[in-house]
Design a protein around this ligand. Structure first.
Ligand code: GTP
Ligand code: SPV
Ligand code: MN
Length: 594
């Protein structure tokens, strides 16, 4: 590997002087090197080689038991002032944090190898692309980054002698929970992660760079970094319209991004193409529309619940070249299993902790304790494995976005779908998003919390300023996407989901696209435009018009209660909340009271 970039070389020298690795190895992305690293990680037990006939080039990895999800309480945005980071982020003065971290990193790689990973978020050389270098002492991290990002000499060539790259230092150290830190220094283009080995905490190109640092850069440079999937919906005439959608972690992005249309629509010629399942970078194009790319190169998807019916495309993507993390190991045939894969749990297996597992003891009230796979177990699969990967996946310009969708996991309150009145109101709708918490982050599961734009854990600066940036973007996009809100998770009194979800969500996407083309009617309500129940195409679906009406009701009482909760949340976000958001909130309250 070759670079003469003095900013890169001197930084690596400095980090090596601190962490003191025995050896430094540059990652070039070649098959030979990747194969050698896999072999080495197998020899130490860091990864387990799976059945190569059934799952070629697939491996299993287990993280430490105390290290299975993102740790929001230990994630920091260290801007020069606390005000810049805002009340939603954890903040510590940068000098103090650098000093604290230095103690943890010093000597942490003694006797180990430091791997240097030059990677690109976005297609190398495109206008969207941003480059990073991650230093890590974990082969697992290297192998994941090789799938999730574009790695190799061409990244160094594209960077040239520029200082414009994101520095990322990761050390597993002792995996000490009390000293686990995921820290961002936006002004220094720097990310530092220590004492973790779990996905979102250590694959620094993903949430740390592509959302937290990128959101900060996007505000500075006039573009957006969002926690959004991107899909293309092709109609029988062969026209493809692109939609981006923000749902909180483990709330359905991967599933929607790869959906298979219901049979009646498939037969008519409808298709869905996946551009991205987690992150979108969006820029205003010369045609006045908003264009999006997925900066990643793979999927780090939730395993449980993925099966031949819910998401066959994701399942197919995991059949080769995939790393499974914290799933159940089927010892009979050396394959993997997880809850919701099928109804045949393996009888001779090890659970996600690596202990003998007895499937008969499964208790849905204690999933973490009794399941074979951890509820936040994941697969890392190359995007090109996905049968429905978009032809535009490697596009230098991205795809034009027709509609943007926000969505949460709400048992009540939010209807199946509604449309905002305009961009400003749409920004408001994003700002009041709420969702029940999931296993993707440590902490209680199932508690409703406000999660603006699904970005609560991922905005690299003040949340109020982030909303201001959304409003500013609205002013500079001549032909902006229309903004919608969906909720696939409404439940009946027994707690069952009312809407079938998954592939059937396409029925809602069709109404959304029809609205964008002025082809569908709507009813104006206090919260926005709602479809007429009969305008959601339910052909081939066993659902009554009454149920559709129920899914689309706006219950004023629960919305008024929500308004009170929003007021509290805005207060928490603090005095950077734009006046426009308060105007929208007052207008909503007034409409609800009418
Ligand atoms: P992250 O990777 O954490 O950002 O998650 P994600 O937003 O990509 O979520 P994913 O698509 O992996 O879905 C997470 C969980 O939601 C899975 O257990 C799915 O089975 C479930 N899910 C997804 N879509 C639907 C839906 O339409 N209806 C219902 N009821 N469940 C869904
Ligand atoms: C999420 O939690 O939103 C994920 C997984 O996509 S992680 O990479 O851990 O952030
Ligand atoms: Mn995510």
């Amino acid at each position: 590997m070759k670079t003469e970039n003095k900013y890169v070389l001197s930084w690596i020298d400095e980090m090596a002087a601190m962490t003191k690795p025995a050896e430094i190895v540059w990652i070039d992305g070649t098959d030979e090197q990747t194969e050698a690293l896999r072999a080495e990680a197998c020899s130490t037990g860091e990864i387990i080689k799976l059945n190569q006939e059934l799952l070629p080039d697939c491996y299993l990895h287990r993280t430490a038991v105390n290290d299975v999800a993102r740790v929001e309480g230990r994630t920091f945005i260290c801007t020069p002032t606390k005000e810049e980071a805002g009340n939603i982020n954890n903040w510590v003065d940068p000098d103090e944090m650098y000093a604290r971290l230095k103690k943890l990193y010093t000597g942490s790689m003694q006797g180990k190898t430091m791997y240097v990973i030059p990677y690109s978020m976005g297609v190398v050389g495109s206008d969207f692309a941003k480059y990073g270098i991650e230093l890590t002492d974990s082969i697992y991290v290297v192998l994941n980054m090789l799938i999730m990002t574009r790695v190799g000499q061409n990244v160094l060539d594209a960077l040239g002698d520029s200082p414009d790259y994101i520095k990322g230092l990761h050390a597993k150290a002792d995996l000490d929970e009390e000293n686990r830190y995921i820290v961002h220094f936006p002004q220094d283009n720097t990310i530092m992660s220590v004492n973790s080995g779990y996905g979102g905490n250590v694959l620094l190109g993903k949430k740390c760079f592509a959302l937290r640092i990128a959101s900060y850069l996007g505000r500075k440079e006039g573009w957006m970094a969002e926690h959004m999937l991107i899909l293309g919906l092709e109609n029988p005439e062969g026209e493809i319209k692109y939609i981006s959608a923000a749902f909180p972690s483990a709330c359905g992005k991967t599933n929607l991004a790869m959906l298979i249309p219901p049979e009646v629509f498939r037969n008519k010629g409808y298709k869905v193409w996946c551009v991205g399942d987690d992150i979108a970078w969006l820029r205003v194009g010369s045609d006045g529309r908003l264009w999006a790319v997925n900066p990643e190169n793979g999927f780090f998807g939730v395993a449980p619940g993925t099966n031949d019916k819910s998401n066959p495309n994701a399942l197919a993507a995991t059949r080769k070249g995939t790393i499974f993390t914290n799933v159940c190991h089927d010892l009979d045939n050396n394959t993997v299993w997880w809850e919701g894969l099928n109804d045949n749990p393996p009888h001779n297996a090890e659970n996600w902790r690596g202990e003998p597992w007895d499937y008969t003891k499964y208790d849905k009230n204690d999933k973490v304790g009794t399941s074979g796979a951890h509820p936040n177990s994941r697969f890392t699969a190359p995007a090109k494995n996905c049968p429905c990967v978009s032809a535009e996946f490697d596009s230098m310009t991205g795809v034009p976005i027709t509609a943007m969708i926000f969505g949460g996991r709400r048992a009540k309150t939010a209807p199946l779908v509604y449309q905002s009145f305009n961009w400003q109101h749409g920004t408001f709708v994003g700002s009041i998003m709420a969702s029940e918490t999931t296993a993707a982050a440590s902490g209680a599961v199932g508690v409703v919390r406000r999660d603006p734009m699904a970005m609560r854990p991922f905005v690299g600066y003040n949340m109020g300023d982030y909303w201001k940036h959304w409003l500013e973007m609205g002013k500079v996009i001549p032909n902006p996407p229309k903004i919608f809100h969906v909720n696939w998770f409404r439940t009946d009194d027994e707690g069952h989901f009312i809407w079938p979800g998954f592939g059937d969500n396409m029925r809602v996407l069709l109404w959304i696209l029809d609205r964008c083309e002025g082809k569908a009617d709507a009813v104006e309500t206090a919260i926005g435009y709602i479809p007429k129940a009969e305008d959601i195409n339910t052909e081939g679906l066993d659902i009554s018009l009454d149920t559709m009406k129920e899914l689309l009701t706006v219950d004023k009482e629960s919305w008024l209660a929500d308004v009170e909760n929003i007021k509290e949340f805005y207060k928490l976000v603090g005095d950077h909340v734009p006046a426009e958001m308060y105007e929208e909130l007052a207008a909503l309250e007034k409409r609800l009271a009418e």
